[in-house]
Ligand binder design. Structure first.
Ligand SMILES: [Zn+2]
Length: 332
């Protein structure tokens, strides 16, 4: 077994398999190989990116899925690990009808380069990230705004091409931040042909954050989507389903991080990652005495979304929303 313990397998067979649809699409997976990095490169020992020998290939992802979702057919949207040293020319070599790729994007990338990379990799979209924007604008991560993450020329091009952007929003207040809220709304309205997928439900990992968001206002933008990556919190997800159309919510995991054992939990209007293994994810707390038996973040996410998503929408949220979205983008 690569990921699961015998106890995890029991959770799958007794609890998850009876509820899960037969087809699942994971809209947020990081796929990369070490050859995208300079020779001799490695991640720090306790970084989660080092977990599977510093890389996570498509082939390996497929093997993991056979193990953790043995009764499901699984598709994905794959993008590389957004690291400053990653070669942004490279994207996952997806195959078949249910695998799609996005490329990494820095605001420094000229539109011609962006266009070439999209074509070369047959990509359906882009994955900007905080570190690229901070590097390009010489700003601290704390001062970044969404509008720093893509240039106006890049946005114009992506709008014209009708592609997707998976956006990890900045700023410490995340989805409760008024600057983020205004910019999310403005981007959706100004670039109506871009599909904006706000990752991790706008990074609202605890209830107060989503309650203070403008998700109801964004519900009126037909090109606004959310992915559920790393959200382990069923009440946060329930709030989404109550205030936003289920047709535009996408199941997503954030593998390979999601394949570690742990759980993200809310503590006094904050959240932390309780880690069963000695790896760091954000503000992690490590169960050093091995007091608890954990399962993977992946299974905790499945539990949360199964509890939150109305039954009649589950096949859409787990599969059709994403497959229709990315098939609609894949026309370059
Ligand atoms: Zn991610």
């Amino acid at each position: 077994m690569i990921v699961n313990t015998a106890a995890d397998m029991q959770i799958y067979h007794e609890e998850l398999a009876p509820q899960l649809p037969k087809r699942i699409f994971d809209a947020h997976v990081h796929i990369w190989q070490l050859d995208a990095f300079p020779p001799g490169f490695s991640f720090a020992p306790r970084e989660t990116s080092s977990y599977f020998e510093h890389q996570f290939s498509l082939e390996f992802w497929r093997r993991c899925m056979q193990e953790i979702l043995p009764e499901q057919e699984v598709g994905l949207l794959a993008f590389p690990m957004p690291h400053n040293l990653a070669d942004r020319d490279k994207a996952p070599e997806v195959q078949g009808e249910t695998e799609f790729a996005s490329i990494l994007l820095s605001p420094a990338d000229p539109v011609e380069v962006l266009q070439q990379r999209l074509l070369k990799n047959k990509a359906v979209g882009v994955k900007p990230y905080l570190n690229f924007a901070a590097d390009h604008h010489q700003k601290s991560l704390a001062d970044l705004e969404i509008c720093d993450m893509l240039s106006p020329a890049q946005l114009d091009y992506l709008n014209q091409a009708g592609l997707a952007i998976t956006l990890h929003i900045p700023r410490s207040l995340r989805f409760a931040d008024p600057v983020n809220q205004r910019q999310m709304l403005r981007l959706c309205r100004d670039y109506p042909r871009i599909r904006f997928i706000f990752a991790h439900v706008g990074r609202a990992y605890f209830l107060q954050n989503i309650r203070q968001s403008n998700i109801s206002e964004l519900a009126d933008c037909p090109n606004c989507y959310f992915d559920s990556a790393m959200v382990n919190h069923s009440e946060v997800l329930r709030y989404c389903f109550d205030h936003f159309p289920a047709e535009r919510i996408l199941f997503a995991s954030d593998a390979p991080i999601a394949l570690l054992h742990g759980k993200s939990v809310e503590v006094n209007n904050q959240y932390t990652y309780l880690m069963a293994e000695d790896y760091e994810v954000g503000s992690s707390i490590y169960d050093s005495k091995k007091s608890l038996q954990f399962t993977t973040f992946f299974y905790e996410q499945l539990r949360a979304i199964l509890a939150a998503c109305p039954k009649q929408h589950q096949e859409q949220v787990f599969y059709h929303n994403a497959i229709n979205l990315f098939r609609g983008c894949a026309k370059l």
